[in-house]
Design a protein around this ligand. Sequence first.
Ligand code: MG
Length: 452
Amino acid sequence: MARLFGTNGVRGVVNEFMDGQLALDVGKAVGTFMKGRVAIGCDSRTSADMVKSACAAGLMTAGAEVLDLGLLPTPALQFFVKNGHLSGGVMITASHNPPEFNGIKAIDSDGTEMPREKELAIEAFYFQKEFSRPDWKQIGSSTRTTGAIASYQKAVLANVERKVIRAAGLKVVLDCANGAGSVCTPQILEELGVRTITLNCNPLGTFPGHPSEPTEEHLKDLIAMVKQTGADLGIAHDGDADRTIFIDDKGRFVYGDRSLAVVAGAMVVENGGGVVVTPVSTSLCVEEVVKRSGGEVVYTRVGAPIVARKMIEIDALFGGEENGGLIFPKHQYCRDAAMTAAKMIEILAIEGSMSSLLAKVPDYCLDKRKLACPDLAKEDVLKAVCEAFAEQRVDTTDGVKVYFEGGWTLIRPSGTEPIFRIYSEGKTEQKAHEIADRCEKVVREILGSISK
Ligand code: MG
């Protein structure tokens, strides 16, 4: 069967793939699956009202009671679903994609992103057009619901040491990329007593400040502002505010796995040990910091919902992805940008400057490349790669990860393209390239022998 949900829900360009009809039908399918009370919310995109209205109409058609939360961060909607004991939620967002995109993401009743087996059930309703069609007395209604942001903000504030933060007198620059974080994070920082300079913190769906993916290239203004104002920290959210990327007090862009390492280390020390969950693609710097702090790392396949579910299964202390999506189980089992920002501020207030914390995180260099491979051959190639590296430590959690002295290579089949993604990490750039070259050569030889 064809797939409807990608890695991050249903996404596409508005009025091309993502039109009113699609949103209506997805709403019907989700409503047929969820029944009961369903929350709906959106980010700041220009198409938010159109996609949300169509999707809500679909949910009501199937008999769901819709609670319309309006504009809010994805984790705030997830928090509302979990605490309101709802049947589930729907977030209208395309996260970090360009402004012409929009998307629909389904949230499970426990506030986590929908697991694949439940998405399959929703997809079956969608593709077979098997929607609930209750009679006129059971049609759902929609209620504008306020208070979701306030209760989420309260929960974030309750999870950090407010007095310690207030006493530290920190100054930060916050960049919400004109996205959903704009209506939430500035108030949290104010409540924490942090002097905050805001940048792109007015929600605007054309994303006039910069594209909503928090890359170094897109955060030039934030970097300049941190330097100019002598701020202790720069904080950047993606469009739906489930991820946070930082700029240190020297104005340097901080890669997501390095900030993940800082928070993971602090969490482990604070709790006297614990398990940190992260995908196999994460830098070794996280494992090194966690081990040094007295904790251990458990690896999963790539994908935030997979990390979150593993954390629930093994009662992990903390988890996250290298893209700035950090998960704090005491708060909730999903990536949470405002919680990440608040926790990092607490860590700075207790331990010292961001640059001094980063100085304790080991440096690694990453080499990313792609290699064409027909989809049908992928499985055989991976098997042969395992055999070729039988002498090394090999992890097959997701693709094949081969460990070498001072580094590793991950060979992962793309789920959407006929390619392998080859990620290699080493202590130096040269080491990363060497490892990558060695693995690429092996994969090419295997591909050559298969095609003969
Ligand atoms: Mg996002």
